[in-house]
Write a protein that binds this ligand. Structure first.
Ligand code: NAD
Ligand code: ZN
Length: 345
């Protein structure tokens, strides 16, 4: 496939996403000036080639690197390298590397240009797209950050062959989320091409990544700062984040449980049929994604309540209006609690 650009436009810059582009063509996207790369040990081990001619800062893989200390170290390293206002920062990695590289680039010397090679499925369909950058603080995720768009994001889907399978499955939860938000046909495609997807058949993977990016880009272009439309991307995340806290399971798996919860609540509100709810749960299970936890819903509710901003007694819940359409509705905490009690857990 010849990669087609997907353009994301916002107040914080314009970003061009290239799905299906090869990392081997990276040089065509880089500016002629001084480029500095940030990656993690896994990517550096699998793909040393792009770093032959570019100075590179190699992070420890995983969430524990998403700290302000990493940003400080990177800025110090950039100074040592003689980087100036014309520096271009290249992040090569999953959501973690891109969050760190994007934030470091947008604060170094009050902001220099940057671009990404997104290497994990989650990064390609979500984490490296949309212009949110940031790091964690004291166990709270993405507390320090900003909005700034990368000049480009290359999604080389061939790189997914080296991604651990469990990471691939976790990324699929966000792909299914995108289909549920905006594209019923995409949902049917995932159902029908389940084997091709797990076998990383290029046609299937490129289609899923491309549609996911198009859906996210359209929503972000309409509402970069999450004041309305962008909330839709939180489908499965209100409940999912609380499950992530209580169960300490990977994000994608928590989102999968959150999607099933949102589907159940949507059935209760007569927005989704029982049949559709079963289709959704069936699809998640086919990809070995969980749809429930051992933790009683009451405990998850308590975690959710604790996490919530204090101003009001409701939260914006993303509900499924059939498959491929969502609506954002305020749901009061007492309504949520009575729904949980009716469910019997
Ligand atoms: P990750 O970056 O930690 O990648 C997962 C693991 O896979 C890591 O060990 C990494 O080294 C490895 N890996 C990545 N690509 C590989 C490849 N091609 N071959 C071999 N190994 C590879 O995590 P992730 O799941 O990509 O992203 C999760 C992060 O994204 C979270 O920190 C989350 O907060 C963030 N995120 C950000 C946004 C946003 O809008 N900024 C949105 C969603 C998620
Ligand atoms: Zn997510």
């Amino acid at each position: 496939m010849n990669p087609q650009p997907i353009i994301l436009t916002g107040k914080f810059g314009t970003s061009t996403v290239w799905v299906g582009e090869r990392i081997g063509n990276l040089a065509e996207h880089l500016p002629s000036g001084s480029v500095f790369a940030i990656t993690d040990e896994n990517l550096y081990r699998h793909y040393p080639e792009p770093f032959k001619d570019i100075p590179v800062f190699v992070l420890k893989p995983g969430e524990q690197s998403k700290t302000i200390a990493s940003i400080e170290e990177i800025c110090r390293w950039l100074m040592d390298q003689g980087a100036g206002r014309d520096a271009f920062i290249l992040g090569v990695g999953g959501g973690v590397v891109c969050d760190i590289a994007g934030f470091a680039a947008s604060v170094f010397m009050r902001g220099v240009a940057f671009g990404f090679v997104a290497t994990s499925l989650l990064g390609q369909v979500d984490g490296c797209i949309g212009g949110k950058n940031g790091v964690n603080l004291d166990g709270y995720k993405n507390i320090i950050g900003n909005f700034s768009q990368p000049r480009f994001v290359i999604c080389d889907t061939r790189m997914l062959h080296t991604l651990p399978e469990v990471e691939f499955r976790n990324g699929l939860a966000e792909v299914i989320k995108h289909a549920l938000i905006a594209d019923g046909e995409m949902f049917d495609y995932i159902r029908k091409h389940h084997d091709d997807i797990l076998r990383l058949k290029p046609e299937a993977i490129n289609y899923l990544v491309k549609r996911s990016v198009e859906i996210k880009a359209a929503i972000v272009s309409a509402d970069e700062r999450e004041q309305g439309e962008r909330r839709k991307l939180n489908l499965g995340h209100t409940w999912g984040h609380a499950v992530e806290k209580t169960d300490g399971i990977p994000h994608g798996q928590a989102v999968s449980i959150g999607l099933e919860f949102a589907a159940a609540l949507s059935v209760k509100k007569d927005l989704l049929s029982h049949n559709d709810r079963e289709e959704i749960a069936g699809l998640l299970k086919k990809f070995r994604l969980p749809v429930k936890t051992q933790t009683p819903n009451r405990e998850i509710f308590e975690a959710l309540q604790k996490d919530k901003k204090k101003e009001n007694d409701y939260l914006y819940f993303i509900l499924m209006d059939g498959i491929g359409k969502v609506r954002v509705e305020p749901v009061t905490l007492s309504e949520l609690l009575s729904f949980i009690c009716q469910q019997g857990t």
